[in-house]
Design a protein around this ligand. Structure first.
Ligand code: NIG
Ligand code: FE
Length: 403
């Protein structure tokens, strides 16, 4: 069955099947008065002249159409919320002070351990549906609120159940998100490497392994050990690095061949060079910087140095209770000093590349999956400019309307 989307005011898309870096990140193709033809969920062609005939024709009303957004960094499976921390934040307590007081990640760990798998699944599905309504058609989800084998597995099983509903979900094991309360740090690293990672690998759910490498959490040396253990068991390394302080995470990420390094709000010139030399995708999380009132990171410098930058939400109950990727894109432009074209590439093609999906997702080109968003905006600039309200008018996955 063929479907044509016609009367597209502006069709804006990155191009290619791999992460793009440097000046290529801003090379977004724009067609005006355009159409897109798909057959059985795969894009056949796009063009600007008269639209071809098809079994079904969808009038896009002269609006902006982009590829479905790809959110390559979320912590979407969690028990409870943490709105009670808002008052502490407003009183000036830092993220790490809240964590040290038994709040933060550890309070979500307690709630996640208590929650049933079915309840977690229902809650995550609701959040995913909301993300879809905001234009996100593919995403990554991390575990990391169990910090014990049983609960980490429970989170990953939730992800697997949701993959049956949307196959474009990448699963990441983040057992190294924090240290379990009362446990010796080295003992936990040993447990992760010798027991948890091998057991998680047997389940075959997690494609990626991630570590929170930062001041007061996992050291660069510990992170490297954990990621190498994950790699031995077939999981591709990822890393949370330089969110609070630069402690050598980018260099460790490059050494282990990480596919991405995320946060990077404190990364300096040497870290940027390490990312570039290692071919590591830098994932910008501007909604996190916004909510934590922290620096946005030198992503301008990263692109200028030739690093590929992706943009994601980091949706989680603590540092980023916000799932709107368009909001992150606007913040990435205003405070991260990227252009609308660069954040579009970051939230589509480079995001897809950061979770190994760029061969089939992230652009509107022949052969790619027909995942697309019709935005209630005339053009890309208007989408970025009209921030703070949801402008996704219609969302399609494999050609079928989902929201
Ligand atoms: O990516 N930085 C570490 N982890 C999450 C926050 C998790 C939480 O606070 O629950 C993040 O921001
Ligand atoms: Fe995160």
């Amino acid at each position: 069955m063929k479907r044509v989307f016609f009367n597209i005011g502006e069709l804006a898309t990155a191009t290619g099947t791999a992460a793009v870096c440097g000046s290529a990140q801003s090379e977004v193709k724009k067609l005006h008065g355009a159409w897109l033809l798909e057959e059985n969920g795969t894009i056949l062609q796009t063009g600007e002249s008269a639209a071809p005939d098809a079994d079904e024709s969808i009038d896009c009303g002269g609006r902006l159409v982009t590829a479905g957004l790809v959110d390559c960094h979320t912590h979407l499976v969690f028990g409870g919320w943490r709105e009670h921390e808002l008052a502490m934040k407003l009183a000036g307590k830092t993220y790490l002070e809240i964590l040290a007081a038994g709040g933060g990640i550890l309070s979500t760990v307690r709630e996640t351990r208590r929650a049933s798998e079915d309840a977690l699944c229902e809650k995550t599905r609701t959040l995913m549906t909301e993300m879809l309504r905001h234009g996100t058609t593919a995403l990554e989800i991390k575990s990391g609120y169990g910090l014990d084998l049983e609960t980490e597995r429970k989170q990953l099983r939730v992800i697997r159940r949701l993959q049956e509903e949307n196959p474009d979900i990448a699963a990441t094991f983040l057992g190294a998100h924090a240290f379990p309360e009362g446990m010796d740090h080295e003992a936990y690293v040993d447990l992760l490497c010798s027991e948890m990672i091998p057991e998680i690998a047997k389940d075959g759910i997690a494609q990626f392994c991630d570590v929170f490498c930062d001041d007061g959490v996992f050291t660069a040396e510990q992170s490297e050990r954990i990621l190498l253990a994950g790699k031995r068991f077939g999981m591709t390394p990822k890393m949370h690095a330089d969110e609070i302080k630069e402690i050598g995470g980018t260099q460790a990420a490059a050494r282990v061949g990480a596919i991405s390094c995320d946060h990077l709000s404190e990364t300096g010139a040497e870290g940027i060079q390490a990312l570039k030399d290692g071919g590591v995708i830098a994932v910008m999380l501007p909604a996190t910087s916004f909510y934590l009132k922290k620096p946005y990171g030198d992503f301008r410098g990263m692109i200028d140095a030739g690093v590929a930058v992706a943009v994601a939400t980091d949706m989680n109950p603590g540092s980023t209770p916000n799932l709107s990727l368009p909001f992150a894109m606007t913040a990435g432009c205003l405070y991260g000093r990227l252009t609308p074209e660069e954040v579009l590439t970051g939230a589509t093609l480079n995001g897809a590349a950061a979770i190994g999906m760029a061969s089939r997702l992230g652009t509107l080109e022949p052969g790619k999956q027909a995942d697309l968003v019709v935005w209630d905006a005339d053009n890309l600039d208007q989408l970025i400019y009209r921030y703070g309200t949801n402008r996704a008018a219609a969302v399609y996955k494999r050609g079928a309307r989902m929201a």
